[in-house]
Design a protein. Sequence first.
Length: 119
Amino acid sequence: MSNIVRDRLVTSSSVLMICGTRIYIIQIEQDCALPAVSLVPLGESPQNAIGGESSLRNENWQIDCWSDNYGQCETLADTVETRMAASRVDFSAVRTDREARFENSTGLYRISLDYSLWI
C-alpha cells in the first residue's frame, strides 16, 4: 500500500497549519508534539473482471487525529475530512465511519476516520 493518503494531507495548507508535518504511518511517535495524525492501512481488495484483475483497486484506511484537547482534535478531524473529500485525480475517498474517544492509557483524545479509497 502506498503513501497516497499522507501525500494528500501534507499538500494541504489547512492540515499543515494545525498539525505541521506530524503525520505518521501506523502510529504517532512517543512524546511527539500534538496535535498529530496517524495513518493506518487496513487492507486492499483487488478488483477483478472477466479478463482477470484490473488496475483499479480498493484500499481501506483509518486516519486517527490525536490531541490532548478535544476541540483541537475535532478541528483537525474536520479539516482532514474536508481534504479527503476534495476531488482529485490521484484517488477517490469515501468516508465510512467517524468515531471519537478518549484513550485512558495515554490521556489523549482520538477521532478515527475510516475511508474506502478507489485508486
